[in-house]
Write a protein that binds this ligand. Structure first.
Ligand SMILES: *Cc1c(COP(=O)(O)O)cnc(C)c1O
Length: 234
């Protein structure tokens, strides 16, 4: 099989598994957006994934996102910034992206709001939560987020759409599922007390190893890399 056929077959398999997981959870597959994470592959392979039908593409490093976004001109591609964004890269990144998953600090979101204002646009953002408490991870702690949300609600150029997390590295799918449930419960708690102007609709959670669990716990966006590139030579 050539690269396009391999990618198309992988996408079909992942999409089927998303649909299965949704069905088991009593949900509709259309409620779940697949973001194909392209950090392992070059722009050509990323373009093939869009041709196969997945045009929501995610990158965790800003430079890689810029490179691929410039290289690929398919108008249907929607870029998602899913990794840590340094403030000095905000200006260059915002014009490319449809959703910032990694809103991980007040300082960053301040900078995003200011730049969005300069561009006269509103930016869709998710608030990244370090739900597992892993010291190496970015994201708000649960306590920080509760304290900061009223301030975030003041930013005129941010459209806060929900929460994002990565499950603990250790502990397998069982632990991942607990982390995902905790993110959903946090969303429900915050939604009950936050400004009605904010609708925390989206939960971005679940990767190649644990997306079935994430869908079970209410994910509306799954970010999948490795499973889409299996069988491609590096
Ligand atoms: C790499 C990455 C993913 C995808 O991981 P896979 O296990 O390869 O599916 C998802 N989210 C973020 C933030 C990532 O950096």
């Amino acid at each position: 099989m050539d690269a396009s056929a391999i990618i198309a077959a992988n996408l079909q398999r992942v999409s089927d598994q998303i649909a299965d997981a949704a069905q088991r959870a009593g949900r509709q597959p259309e409620e779940i957006t697949l973001v194909g994470v392209t950090k392992y592959v070059d722009a050509a392979a990323a373009g093939r994934l869009c041709n196969a039908g997945c045009c929501d593409l995610g990158e965790s490093r800003p430079q890689s996102l810029w490179e691929k976004a410039v290289a690929l001109t398919e108008p249907t591609i929607r870029w998602h910034m899913i990794g840590h964004l340094q403030r000095n890269k905000v200006k260059r990144t915002l014009p490319f992206i449809t959703l910032l998953h990694s809103g991980d600090s007040l300082r960053l979101l301040e900078a995003v709001d200011a730049e969005a204002g300069a561009l006269q646009r509103t930016i869709d953002v998710l608030l990244e939560v370090n739900i597992s408490g892993d010291a190496a991870k970015h994201g708000f702690t649960v306590e920080e987020l509760s304290a900061t949300l009223p301030q975030l609600a003041e930013f005129a150029n941010l459209n806060i759409r929900g929460l994002m997390t990565m499950a603990a590295l250790e502990g397998g799918t069982e632990r991942a599922r607990q982390d995902f449930a905790a993110l959903r419960e946090l969303r429900d708690q915050l939604q009950a007390v936050c400004s009605p102007a904010i609708e925390l609709r989206d939960l971005s959670m679940g990767m190649s190893e644990d997306y079935a669990e994430a869908i079970q716990e209410g994910a509306t966006i799954v970010r999948i890399g490795s499973a889409l590139w299996e069988g491609l030579k590096a």
